[in-house]
Design a protein around this ligand. Structure first.
Ligand code: FAD
Length: 286
């Protein structure tokens, strides 16, 4: 069954993993995947480099490994730095491995890499994917607005184009304050965007992640979140437990508001994913 159809019968629960920077740590990710597979997610998505890091082949291998475990793989595919031929090659490679779920993305613009512009926006890739066969197509969305957009309203107008191009379902950027999600969902629905929207949840469980959140993540950090992070930043175990509890709290609130799905940014950490899955399995299956 395609993921787009699964939303009709349940709250979808999915994971995201990323390929390691070097092939030498492949065993670690494969081991993590085995443990994530035991948690029975509805799909596992695999990130893909927008260009530069050279881990793209690994993403396909990891997606194949997910498939071999009996879990649906969703391959991320950013287009901005790839030619049509390169995209074709990746799609052919995916098809030949039985991977027919794609998260179609533009990718971040890297100031050091001039964009190829065979595909300028994710919607261009989605249009192209529609002409290339029977893919289940997911796309990204941004509860606080995409950083390049002038406003949330403008971003939602552009999201509508993406959905009309053929996106079957959406996955949000991470957020720590659910009120942004509810506001976004309402505004999207008012614009006639009626495909399922999964909420992207990132458990923040170590100091490195906190630093990244503060410097590079565009998401608003609510006072409650900042207080917890400040209190426990020097106590790794307490920080891990607090980060897990914060994510669980967010998910329970989202489930109570009938969210279409939860997409957990696992950071390749099966311990954290298991703690969260165990805690929310009841609330997201009812
Ligand atoms: P688009 O939908 O193309 O939007 C980009 C900007 O252009 C927005 O400001 C939008 O408002 C505007 N826009 C869109 N369409 C139009 C239009 N027709 N006319 C005018 N303006 C328009 N990056 C990776 O490199 N690899 C990954 O694996 C990856 N995975 C991700 C997974 C998720 C769930 C999310 C939320 C993001 C992910 N990203 C990934 C990051 C993503 O590539 C960046 O956020 C990127 O900057 C935007 O991608 P997009 O597909 O949302 O772009």
């Amino acid at each position: 069954m395609k993921i787009k159809d699964l939303f009709k019968s349940k709250t979808v629960f999915s994971f995201e993993v990323f390929p390691p920077k070097t092939t030498s740590s492949v065993d670690v990710i494969y081991n993590a995947l085995d443990q994530l597979g035991d948690l029975n997610p509805d799909f596992i998505s695999v990130t893909y480099s927008a260009g530069g890091s050279g881990n793209s082949g690994l993403a396909l291998d990891i997606a194949s490994k997910v498939k071999s475990m009996g879990v649906t793989p969703v391959l991320h595919l950013p287009c901005i730095n790839y030619t049509r031929e390169q995209i074709n090659d990746t799609l052919e490679a995916a098809k030949s491995r039985g991977i027919d779920h794609i998260l179609a993305l533009r990718g971040d613009i890297n100031p050091d890499i001039p964009p190829v512009e065979d595909f300028k926006y994710a919607s261009d890739l989605i249009n192209y994917l529609r002409s290339k066969g029977d893919f289940d197509i997911a796309a990204a969305c941004y509860p606080e607005g995409h950083p390049d957009a002038d406003s949330l309203e403008q971003d939602i107008e552009n999201l509508k184009i993406k959905v009309e191009s053929g996106a079957d379902h959406l996955i949000t950027q991470l957020f720590f304050d659910n009120s942004y999600f509810w506001n976004f969902r309402e505004k999207a629905a008012a614009k006639g965007i009626n495909v399922p929207i999964e909420a992207g949840i990132m458990p923040v469980v170590n100091k490195k992640q906190i630093e990244r959140m503060v410097t590079t993540c565009g998401a608003s950090l609510p006072q409650k979140f900042v207080k917890i992070m400040q209190k426990y930043e020097h106590n790794p175990e307490a920080l891990r437990d607090a980060g897990i509890a914060y994510a669980i709290d967010q998910i329970i609130d989202l489930a109570a508001g009938d969210v279409d799905g939860i997409h957990l940014y696992t950071m390749n950490n099966p311990y954290v994913a298991k703690k969260i899955s165990d805690a929310v399995s009841g609330v997201i299956s009812v």
